[in-house]
Design a protein around this ligand. Structure first.
Ligand SMILES: Cc1cc2nc3c(=O)[nH]c(=O)nc-3n(C[C@H](O)[C@H](O)[C@H](O)COP(=O)(O)OP(=O)(O)OC[C@H]3O[C@@H](n4cnc5c(N)ncnc54)[C@H](O)[C@@H]3O)c2cc1C
Length: 368
């Protein structure tokens, strides 16, 4: 190996967050630098497959992937970042990870178990909860609540499902047309949807089947699922030297090369960034590709002026929300459509094979 290549491979890149963006970035750089991936769990999980896994736990065998399966040449630290300086990242377990280049990809913080085995068994438990219930209450009408309701309504049409949402329409992150079409679809599947109401779970005693809504209505259900969204993974940054780089929503401000503003060796990708576009995994993957290109260039001694730029997809973003196994609602740049055609693109495999392929894994075979 020549000296220049050796030097390149000695460059320390620390990636914080092993989600959609961070896992792809770490995988892309693993043979080009000394890569460390820091994540509180031992696995990468494809987020949009998680609701299918609740009705079909074996689905998770392909969508919950040990980091080690795709990151064969990098260091994996199973912990959380709690602080960062201009030279190192401090972990909850007391390690200091020194970096030459840092990539922050802490999108959202999910409350999930540490190991893949525990995660798979959690899906078995959730599935049993669904199967043994005659009536189910879902709280939260964002994408998670809607997709879970769709999965249950299609796979278990005999169950009574109620969806309670505190907003005036479902999935407020996309347009009203998509919300209204989704509402009609859910009602056609006998789902009772209650808008502009919330459920205070603190007032529900253990084992009770009775839930009160903020509008004074009573719902009887054998079990409930709380789908009110996960917090952004940026709270830990608020006490660090990057605190001034957070916008009012807690997102990291980045420049067109996806570097954190005013920091030449710190990048941010995925949902944690302030890029003005809908937060979607396929866009987070594009961010990862841009930063992988830029890091290879910088580590190879290239000029900053030659770095790749990222163009926000504000008007061009496509959003698709699955409605069970065959149908979906899709918001495209010029139209919104619902039914089997958007469903053919997303709902059958939920892009799991495609996502696995992107990180270098077989789309079908389950790695034991
Ligand atoms: C139900 C649902 C359906 C969706 N459907 C789609 C879809 O069909 N298509 C699509 O493109 N997008 C979809 N999305 C959006 C997509 O999942 C997100 O945009 C994507 O996950 C963002 O990727 P990310 O890497 O930025 O963050 P995440 O995937 O949220 O990953 C963040 C990672 O950072 C880790 N982390 C957090 N804090 C710390 C810390 N302090 N230290 C170390 N690690 C930390 C977390 O454990 C996690 O692994 C969907 C989302 C949901 C919830």
């Amino acid at each position: 190996m020549d000296t220049e290549l050796m030097n390149l491979k000695n460059r320390r890149v620390v990636v914080i967050g092993g989600g959609v963006a961070g896992s792809l970035l770490a995988k892309s750089l693993q043979f080009h630098a000394d890569v460390t991936l820091l994540d509180p769990k031992e696995y990468f999980e494809i987020p949009w497959a998680s609701l299918r896994a609740m009705v079909e736990p074996s689905f998770a065998e392909r969508s919950v992937i040990n980091h080690r399966d795709y990151l064969t040449n990098g260091r994996i630290i199973t912990s959380r970042a709690i602080n960062v300086t201009d030279k190192e990242v401090l972990t909850a377990e007391g390690r200091a990870l020194v970096y030459d280049y840092l990539v922050i990809a802490t999108g959202h913080l999910y409350s999930v178990p540490r190991t893949r085995t525990e995660r798979l068994s959690q899906y078995e438990t959730e599935n049993e909860k669904i199967r043994s219930a005659g009536s189910i209450l879902i709280i939260g009408g964002g994408p998670t609540g809607v997709e879970l309701t769709g999965e249950i309504a299609v796979d278990f049409p005999e169950k009574e499902v109620t969806l309670v949402h505190n907003g005036s329409r479902l999935m407020q992150f996309i347009g009203p047309k998509a919300s209204n079409k989704t509402l009609d679809w859910l009602r056609s599947k006998r789902v009772e949807v209650k808008l502009e109401q919330s459920v205070n779970l603190n007032s529900v005693s253990d084992g009770s089947r009775t839930y009160q809504t903020s509008a004074g209505e009573t719902i009887e259900a054998d079990c409930h699922f709380l789908c009110t969204g996960s917090p952004l993974g940026s709270a830990w940054l608020k006490e660090t030297f990057l605190k001034d780089k957070l916008d009012i929503h807690g997102r990291l401000m980045v420049d067109k090369n996806l570097r954190v503003k005013d920091h030449s060796n710190i990048f941010a990708i995925g949902d944690i960034t302030d890029i003005p576009e809908i937060k979607q995994g396929y866009l987070a993957q594009k961010h990862a590709e841009v930063v992988a290109t830029n890091l290879k260039l910088l580590m190879g001694g290239g000029k900053e002026s030659k770095m790749a730029t990222y163009e926000p997809q504000s008007m061009k973003a496509i959003v698709s929300v699955s409605l069970g196994r065959r149908e979906a609602v899709a918001q495209l740049p010029f139209t919104t459509t619902i039914g089997h055609i958007p469903g053919m693109i997303k709902s059958r495999d939920l892009f799991v094979g495609k996502t696995r392929k992107r990180i270098g894994l077989d789309p079908h075979i389950v790695h034991e």
